[in-house]
Design a protein around this ligand. Structure first.
Ligand SMILES: Cc1ncc(COP(=O)(O)O)c(C=O)c1O
Length: 393
């Protein structure tokens, strides 16, 4: 644990207690289902605070707690809960604060599987979801009903990168006694501090930048006060959500280098986005640091940086042309997820899932995750890709 207020120092020292681990720098992997108690009384005592001590493997081991301490340190807030994936963090947070008859306001720019959870399971359990325009800001007040219990935000939006006016939304929510949740995965808890902007519950797909190596699936829900944290912990445990200590160990190991990796992702992505903005094939850059991105001025006001994920809208090219471009890439590989050390590219059509807003674009959308490769190699890869797009290769 570090007393420093500087994030880079905290990330290095948080969740670390070498004295308690015979001097080892990293907390070891505690593999445990069973935790033993010496007496009946000790067992009874442990039950009373089973979420605060090592009690049973499902509730976590010292490896889990070390990572949760680090995630709390990263995001701010009171305390974190680990979940088996980023999506599980989203679904568990929603389930914890909603019941039959309640109403949820969900951004139209949400990660697709978040929408799927609302449209299937939440609906089946009697929760109504209304999708709203991500750029709505304080206008969200018009959509609030007496039954509205949660406003869910994700900023920037998945694939389409709208930056939401989180302070305006949280102000309205506070006046109406509504919880605000935020999927803060893009900023990795590093470039945006949700609790400083009124968010109640922050969510990380730890799978992405904290893990950082495309080799594990993990999520965190971070609460801003003890009451909310207990609610999340009780519900996580009721659902039987458990994360392997090996995965938690790797998550914490990845987190240690988060700030240097992010800075590199940021720098290379900005160079690439600038290069792309000058290409004749590109219509619009959807990178929060570019004025063409909806909500760019909000990003300038509220964020301290940008990670390595952004989109471009191409001019009117056909699906066949885009496939020719993507099929031959050397470094930009195709695959889901992002946040690892390697560059990725995927084509997507946001129009298919939108319901509150109409997606209108000049042409196809490509989402790029810019990895740690040399920027010149990435530019050359895209240049060859554009030749294929134009039928020149
Ligand atoms: C913005 C966002 N949130 C949440 C998730 C879900 O994370 P996971 O893949 O760990 O379930 C993703 C995954 O791509 C994502 O892009």
């Amino acid at each position: 644990m570090s007393n420093s207020k500087r994030p880079d120092t905290r990330i290095v020292h948080t969740g670390s207690n070498p004295k308690a681990q015979k001097g080892a720098v990293n907390p070891p992997v505690y593999r445990a289902s069973t935790v033993l108690f010496p007496t009946v009384q000790a067992m009874k005592n442990a039950e009373k605070d089973k979420f605060d001590t090592t009690y049973y493997g499902v509730h976590g081991t010292p490896t889990t707690f070390a990572l949760e301490e680090a995630m709390t340190d990263l995001e701010g807030g009171y305390r974190a809960v680990s979940t088996s994936s980023g999506l599980a963090a989203i679904s568990t947070a929603l389930i914890s604060f909603l019941k039959a008859g309640d109403h949820l306001l969900m951004t139209d720019s949400a990660y697709g599987p978040t929408r799927n959870f609302c449209n299937t399971m939440l609906k089946r359990f009697g929760v109504e979801t209304t999708y709203y325009d991500p750029m709505i800001g304080a206008g969200i007040v018009e959509l609030i009903k007496p039954e509205t219990k949660v406003i869910f935000t994700e900023s920037p939006g998945s694939y389409t990168f709208e930056i939401q006016d989180i302070p305006a939304i949280t102000e309205v929510a506070r006046q109406n006694n509504i919880k605000v949740m935020m999927d803060n995965t893009w900023a990795a808890g590093y470039y945006f501090k949700p609790f400083e902007h009124g968010v109640d519950i922050s969510i990380q797909a730890t799978t992405k930048y904290q893990a950082g190596h495309a080799d594990l699936v993990l999520g965190h829900i971070i609460a801003n006060n003890e009451k909310d944290w207990r609610k999340l912990k009780v519900n996580t445990s009721t659902l039987g959500q458990a994360v392997s200590p090996d995965v938690c160990y790797l998550g914490l190991r990845g987190l240690r280098t988060l700030s240097v990796r992010l800075e590199q992702h940021q720098e290379t992505a900005l160079t690439l986005a600038k290069w792309l903005s000058e290409r004749p094939e590109v219509d619009t850059i959807l990178h929060p640091a570019f004025p063409s991105c909806p909500g760019h001025e909000i990003w300038q006001r509220d964020f301290t940086g940008a990670s390595g994920l952004f989109s471009v809208i191409l001019k009117d090219f056909s699906e066949t042309q885009v496939s020719a471009m993507l099929d031959g890439m050397d470094y930009f590989a195709m695959g889901y997820s992002w946040g690892g050390f390697e560059s990725l590219i995927v084509a997507s059509d946001p129009a298919k899932i939108r319901s509150a807003t109409k997606w209108q674009a000049a042409g196809p959308l490509l989402r790029l995750h810019v990895g740690q490769e040399d920027v010149e190699d990435l530019i050359a890869d895209l240049e060859r890709g554009f030749d294929r797009l134009n039928g020149r290769a």
